[in-house]
Design a protein around this ligand. Structure first.
Ligand code: ATP
Ligand code: MN
Length: 462
């Protein structure tokens, strides 16, 4: 008999019909007359109850079935009398795929801490919590492609291994096949990279943006969606060493177009999750974050506040609030500052623009004041920065001057400057950290809990 996924069982048309279900046992309880198994197959956060009439089964048949075991059951789907479930399966036959020794299976009881589950990241997808998070994550990934594809953006794959050390977004992981215990040296004592795999130093990418600009200035509008690596030693609940980033880049866009796109995009993703992941979001709200649904709807229903960095800093300075890090014009804003603007002052998502050029990347378009650049950061409640973007400097001379001022090693970057030499156009784009979006939508508070296998300093297990 063909298997029915548990998510498809909650269908009135199936009542009274024979079904076959397979999954992992969450709990088994009962007495010598009747036994109940709560079964989950990962297709939904809901378990289905399997009822065993012990006149038809022996104790010995059911005894090996402990939490974590995998089974197959054929039976009849009936309306359930018990509270908390609408249907149940009355078992006719049972097959055990695999048992799970209760002495060693770590997910015995409900209510493990998230910290404990991080150490069991190989099994945590089997918990309700991580099942819900991973399904939401998957839905959001689909929503992202859908949003851009429906608007005529092309999906561009940018390289993960890069030969340029000026992407500018963070510290890089070096990629090498050299024997670190026996490095080839040049006459001056430095490592001879001509002997390395690519004949020069290479690293994992920190951003696909520069190549994204090549795509946008040819195809018009592109987006990337891929892994990104940052060797920052920042042990925060919002930073990973390996994370996924979405980077749209659009020709003929200015910063206002870019802000509109960012706001539409993020609202679309949140609305998609609310529409398609209701059970999972409700589960997460119930167990972790009672205000979750309200917060998500609030973002959908409100226009993001747009103001300049200069105005934002003024508000922070005049707030009288004691911050851990000082705030003044020219300071890079910390998460506490960003969250104050969003959570305390405006009580809405905020897009902050026109940052001092010193604290932003070299490729951002210089404003007429000569001091600020057309950067835009989208700031969210509980998260702080969720998106960072800008209008790009399209003027060859201005860009070259900036590169010289900052002493950026551009020898490997001639191809980037070619976009400004040949048919340059105004263009803009941004980067959304996928895990920060998943954090926001699931109401989780630690980024390690929204990616299946987190990589952070001193942690690359699984
Ligand atoms: P932050 O100030 O939070 O470190 P950033 O300024 O380094 O962020 P960008 O370089 O603009 O961030 O990257 C674009 C987006 O990527 C950010 O808005 C954020 O959503 C995400 N992001 C950046 N660094 C990380 C990280 N280490 N882990 C997860 N997401 C990240
Ligand atoms: Mn950073």
């Amino acid at each position: 008999m063909k298997r029915t996924k548990i998510t498809d069982l909650f269908n009135p048309e199936l009542i009274g019909k024979e079904v076959c279900v397979m999954g992992w046992v969450r709990t088994r309880r009962g007495n010598k007359h009747v036994q109940f198994i709560a079964l989950n197959d990962g297709s939904t956060v809901k378990n289905v109850q399997i009822v065993f009439d012990m006149a038809q089964f022996t104790d010995d048949q059911l005894k090996p079935i402990t939490t974590g075991s995998s089974i197959k059951v054929d039976g009849v789907l009936v309306e359930s009398m018990g509270k908390g479930q609408s249907v149940e399966v009355q078992a006719k036959s049972l097959e055990i795929f695999g048992t799970a020794d209760p002495e060693s299976y770590p997910l015995q009881k409900k209510g493990h801490t998230l910290e404990f589950l991080r150490e069991k990241a190989h099994l945590r997808p089997r918990t309700n919590t991580f099942g819900a998070i991973l399904r939401v994550r998957s839905a959001l990934a689909f929503a992202i492609h859908k949003f851009f594809q429906e608007r005529g953006f092309f999906y561009l794959n940018t390289p993960l291994i890069t030969g340029s050390d000026c992407e500018g977004a963070g510290a890089m992981f070096q990629v090498t096949t050299l024997d670190l215990n026996n490095l080839p040296k040049c006459e001056d004592g430095k490592v001879d990279y001509s002997a390395d795999f690519f004949g020069k130093p290479t690293a994992l990418t920190v951003s696909g943006q520069l190549e994204g600009e090549l795509g946008a200035t040819a195809l018009g509008a592109i987006y990337t969606f891929g892994p990104t690596f940052r060797a920052e030693n920042s042990n925060t609940p919002r930073h990973l060493s390996e994370f996924w980033m979405i980077e749209p880049e659009v020709a003929f866009f200015d910063i206002a177009d870019n802000m509109d796109l960012a706001e539409d995009f993020i609202k679309y993703c949140i609305a998609y999750a609310l529409d398609h992941c209701k059970d999972d979001i409700d589960f997460l709200a119930e167990h972790y974050d009672p205000e979750l649904v309200e917060r998500l709807k609030f973002v959908l229903d409100n226009e993001f506040v747009r103001l300049t960095y200069t105005e934002g800093v003024k508000i922070l300075e005049e707030s009288g609030h004691k911050f851990e890090f000082p705030v003044y014009w020219g300071a890079d804003l910390q998460s506490e500052h960003e969250r104050f603007l969003v959570e305390e002052h405006f009580k809405k998502p905020v897009i902050l623009t026109d940052y001092p050029k010193e604290i932003k990347a070299f490729y951002m378009k210089l404003n007429e004041d000569g001091k600020t650049v057309r950067a835009m950061d989208v700031l969210f409640p509980k998260i702080g920065e969720i998106i960072g973007g800008s209008e790009r400097e399209e003027n060859y001379d201005k860009l070259s001057k900036r590169i010289e001022e900052l002493d950026i090693p551009m020898k490997d970057m001639w191809w980037y400057l070619d976009t400004r030499r040949f048919g340059t156009v105004p263009h803009a784009g941004f980067g959304l950290g996928f895990e920060r979006l998943v954090l926001f939508v699931t109401g989780m508070t630690n980024i390690r809990d929204v990616i299946p296998f987190p990589r952070t300093p001193n942690n690359a297990e699984f």
